[in-house]
Each structure stands twice: as C-alpha cells, then as structure tokens.
Ligand binder design. Structure first.
Ligand SMILES: [Zn+2]
Length: 214
C-alpha cells in the first residue's frame, strides 16, 4: 500500500512541470529501479527459494507478471511523452481547407503572412514537414515596429493535430519552438496541440490607409 503511494508521489512529481528536468529524470530512473528490483525478487521467490508450496509460488508468479505489465504500461507512457507525434496528413488537410477568412486581417498579421516564408525559409520547411502552412498562423503576438522599420513577433502559434510533450523544444537558428500552454481556445475536439515559436523579425511598412485595423 505505502509502495503504491510512493509510486504515485514519484509519478506526480515526474509529470508536474514545476519540477526541474534533473529531478524528473532521477525520479524516472528511481521508479524503473524499484520496479525492476520488485519484479526480480518476486521471480526469485517463485523459482529459487526452497520450501514454498505450489500455491504460494503461483501467487508470487501472478504478482510478478502483474507488476511486469504495470511497468511495461508505465514505460510506454513515458515513451509517448518523450516525442512529438504529429498527425501530418490530418494537419495538412486542415491547412488546405483553412481559407483567408480564418486568418486575422490586421496589418501586422497580414504583414507576417506576406513576408515570413521568404524571410524564414527553414522555419517554413520545418512547419511544412509537420503539415503546417506557415502563411496561416493561428495567432501572432506582434510588438510595436522599431525605429528601423522592423516588427518583432514575440510568439507565433500554429495548430497541429496529434500529440506533443509539454517539454518539447526544437531550434532553427535563433528561432525556438515549443508546445504552447497559453493560447486562445482552438475550438477543435480532435487530439491536437498548439506549436509556438519566437522570435520572428520582419520589415514592416505602415499601411497608407487612415484607419489601421489592429
Ligand atoms: Zn492580427
């Protein structure tokens, strides 16, 4: 019983985001270690120790197998957490059907859509490998244009179908990718996540028109 509680505590710690990476890795290793010790001692009890009745051996064997199954489940869960698993076909399909009416028409976003692909070809290629169209952002967060006529977008967000671990990170040049946990409601029920990256810097020209719609 207390073992159960200990496992639960460790697993919660492993999954919580506040705990540092090192501690999480240590906890994962500790859990695996305890599992392996428990499983091998149970098997030892079954096969090695003399003087056990058949019934007892059966119980130990049963326990060992169950624990093994739990451990396998736990390991699969961990592996699932470790890598991004985009549903590329579904994502590509989503962007194909995403019309211009779904993209924000403010001057900053329009500037972004018009220029980002040429300015960041490698980022565009990476997004394309996930099925994402760089010219159809879910959300961008532009700052104010600076005195050199450049506009920095501090976060650019895209919808991707599939799953992604909380601590996913990827870098292309000075652009850092991650999984966003702070974004507007996507209104999508199927399994998906919001990929974000920063910073993006693009030239920006003030539009001529008087009423700039931001
Ligand atoms: Zn906008």
């Amino acid at each position: 019983m207390w073992l159960d509680l200990l496992f639960q505590g460790c697993m919660d710690a492993v999954q919580s985001e506040q705990v540092s990476r090192t501690i999480r890795i240590l906890c994962t290793a500790l859990i695996s270690f305890v599992f392996l010790i428990a499983i091998s001692s149970l098997f030892l009890l079954v096969f090695v120790i003399e003087g056990q009745g058949l019934f007892r051996r059966g119980i130990f064997l049963n326990c060992a197998c169950r624990l093994l199954a739990v451990f396998e489940g736990y390991r699969e869960e961990k592996e699932k957490e470790a890598v991004m698993k985009p549903d590329i076909e579904k994502t590509r399909n989503y962007y194909r059907n995403l019309g211009p009416e779904n993209i924000c028409d403010c001057a900053y976003c329009q500037n972004y859509c018009a220029r980002v692909k040429t300015a960041y070809p490698e980022v565009a290629r990476y997004l394309d490998s996930l099925g994402v169209d760089i010219e159809k952002p879910f959300e961008t967060s532009p700052l104010e244009p600076d005195e050199n006529g450049y506009l920095e977008y501090c976060v650019c967000q895209y919808i991707v179908f599939g799953s992604c671990p909380k601590d996913f990170t990827h870098r292309i040049g000075d652009v850092t990718f991650g999984r966003s946990d702070c974004h507007p409601n996507t209104g999508i029920d199927e399994e998906h996540f919001v990929l974000d990256f920063y910073p993006i810097r693009l030239p920006f020209e003030e539009p001529e028109s008087e009423d700039i719609d931001l």
